[in-house]
Design a protein around this ligand. Structure first.
Ligand SMILES: Nc1ncnc2c1ncn2[C@@H]1O[C@H](COP(=O)(O)OP(=O)(O)OP(=O)(O)O)[C@@H](O)[C@H]1O
Ligand SMILES: [Mg+2]
Length: 270
């Protein structure tokens, strides 16, 4: 068995009265693609913030690549890249300048910079528009740039918090193809959240489902469907969380959600 590269032990996070994360433990093995699923407010982003040193846990231990995240922040930080749920780009710089800035911050060798930046900007179809200021970018363009930037330094672990929210189907497929390639060829560990359960079913090696700050199930799609006596990950998820996907994704507006909503209605009708 491979060693865990991400480990959470008895982790709790409280914000005043609110317990966002309520004593969770899990492990992710090196090279795994791990999906962290759950309804809005379940504690997914809070967990990612603790793992990536942006929030301190109220109790418990977190390890990244063997480094204690609260005691050894600098070493932990070198192990990962992150794509945030809310984009954090430099508005007054061009897209290309944002990429170069990130490459410099992460010490990517100068002779590799240009090639990697072009490769990634081509991947997300922004190369032609690389010299525009980010403030002129649409929401989807910003998201694509964020993703390209998070992949730039080829980190050991990549955290993706709802990376495909609001992306069109082509870009979404390209993104997951690339992420899978990075994982398989370079042994990169991927920890991601999504509200699109078909993505998780397709891409993830293993899945954890969190609800109200508690992990309610962990396993492969096969294990989760077996455990719940269901046929698809979506059905297993509904059974475990008692919520419909439609309720959670009603704010975003795209074809996939409409399909999911229709499917859920059909499921409930049965
Ligand atoms: N800085 C904060 N201060 C107070 N409460 C917070 C803070 N951050 C998160 N919370 C609360 O903690 C809970 C978990 O939030 P979190 O952002 O982790 O959910 P999530 O699973 O990422 O949801 P979503 O799918 O909507 O992104 C929520 O009740 C939220 O309101
Ligand atoms: Mg979140």
């Amino acid at each position: 068995m491979r060693d865990p590269i991400i480990e959470a032990r008895d982790v709790i996070k409280r914000f005043g009265e609110i317990t966002a994360v309520n004593n969770i433990s899990f492990e992710v093995k090196k090279g795994e693609i791990f999906a962290f699923l759950g309804p809005n407010g379940a504690g997914k982003s809070t967990t990612i913030s603790m793992l990536t040193t942006m929030l301190r846990p109220t109790a418990g231990k977190l390890f990244l690549n063997g480094h204690d995240v609260t005691r050894n922040q600098d070493s932990a930080r070198k192990s990962f890249g992150i794509v945030f749920q809310d984009p954090a780009l430099e508005e007054e710089l061009t897209a290309h300048e944002n990429m170069v800035l990130h490459a410099v911050l992460y010490g990517i060798p100068k002779k590799e910079q240009a090639k990697r930046i072009e490769e990634l900007m081509q991947l997300v179809d922004l190369w032609e528009r690389r010299d525009l200021m980010v403030k002129t970018y649409s929401g989807g363009m910003r998201r694509r740039l964020e993703i390209a930037r998070g992949l730039l330094h080829h980190p050991k672990i990549l955290f993706l918090d709802e990376p495909t929210l609001g992306l069109d189907t082509q870009t979404r497929n390209l993104l997951w193809d690339y992420v899978e390639k990075l994982s398989r060829h370079e042994g990169m560990t991927i920890f991601f959240t999504t509200h699109y359960l078909d993505e998780a079913e397709e891409v993830a090696d293993r899945i954890a489902i969190i609800d109200h700050g508690n992990i309610v199930a962990t396993g492969t799609t096969k294990q989760l469907t077996k455990q719940t006596g269901t046929r698809t990950l979506e059905e297993a998820y509904l059974q475990l969380t008692g919520k419909t996907v439609r309720d959670e994704t009603s704010l975003s507006n795209n074809g996939l959600n409409m399909r999911t909503a229709t499917r859920n209605r059909n499921l409930r009708g049965n």
